[in-house]
Design a protein around this ligand. Structure first.
Ligand SMILES: C[S@@+](CC[C@H](N)C(=O)[O-])C[C@H]1O[C@@H](n2cnc3c(N)ncnc32)[C@H](O)[C@@H]1O
Length: 254
């Protein structure tokens, strides 16, 4: 079973959601190294909002929004114009129920159904690791950049660091036990990306980048992950689709 089916099943199994805790569970941040407590979650979201310098009236989109765990604290803090896209229809249904004023669509991160320059800001949290290849990741960054206005910002959070891959896999195998680890990840590998890959391709995407370590309290994955803040440069053409530079990363062979 691949990630797309795993997420759709998780969304179906989630039942009726009523709180931020429920959303965090539905979006998969509820077990093992990946568990995040609601108070740490809210702090993480607000730190990201600060990094992005988000204003409550701005048009904001989350790619791979799941059931809306990331957008929900923003909604509760008075953010007025929230959109989200996810390839799991059950998750999108949950997001619509929890954030009734939001605009939620089912779709693929590599083909965003939004107009060029439409958003002031974008978010993508805990999603790049589920992409099938670096080529897909490249298309997703291009789409994210394309959908931002000139000067628009986007934060891609929770990217698997290729240079920490071995340590991460060892830690997770130890935590789960070898049998459970193989059962869970044999058919659903994760994508790891070199930090350098982003820098090599930023001009082609028409963006400026800042990469920084992830430090989310109580989140065991944090030490193996990083975040990427990007800003769409003014006066650039739509991000170009020529092949990405650099090998960049790898898909785990778990
Ligand atoms: C770990 S959850 C994160 C959800 C949300 N971003 C959050 O922070 O709560 C990963 C989400 O990414 C979605 N996803 C993974 N790959 C995707 C893709 N290629 N296109 C759209 N959604 C995707 C999954 O369906 C799932 O809802």
């Amino acid at each position: 079973m691949g990630w797309k089916e795993i997420w759709a099943r998780k969304g179906q199994a989630a039942g009726k959601l009523a709180s931020l805790s429920d959303l965090i569970v539905a979006d998969g941040f509820d077990s093992g190294l990946g568990k995040i407590e609601p108070r740490h979650w809210t702090k993480m979201v607000m730190n990201a909002a600060e990094r992005l310098n988000l204003r409550t009236h701005e048009r904001i989109c989350e790619v791979g929004c799941g059931a809306g765990a990331f957008l929900y604290p923003l909604y509760c803090s008075g953010f007025l114009d929230l959109s989200g896209l996810d390839y799991s229809a059950p998750h999108i249904g949950q997001a619509r129920r929890m954030i009734p004023s939001g605009n939620f669509v089912v779709g693929e991160a590599a083909h965003l159904p939004f107009r060029t320059g439409f958003f002031d800001a974008g978010i993508c949290n805990g999603v790049f690791l589920y992409f099938p290849s670096l080529e897909y990741a490249d298309a997703a960054v291009r789409e994210l950049a394309r959908s931002l206005r000139d000067g628009g910002r986007s934060l891609i959070l929770d990217v698997n660091d290729a240079s920490r891959r071995r340590d991460f896999e060892t830690r997770r195998r130890d935590a789960l036990g070898a049998d459970e680890y193989d059962r869970l990840y044999r058919d659903a590998p994760q994508l790891f990306i070199e930090r350098q890959w982003w820098c090599l391709n930023s001009d082609r995407w028409g963006v400026e980048l800042e990469i920084y370590d992830q430090r989310v309290e109580g989140y065991g994955n944090s030490e193996f992950r990083y975040n990427v803040l990007l800003r769409r440069k003014s006066g650039c053409d739509s991000p170009s689709a020529v092949p990405p530079k650099g090998r960049g990363g790898s898909v785990s062979d778990a």
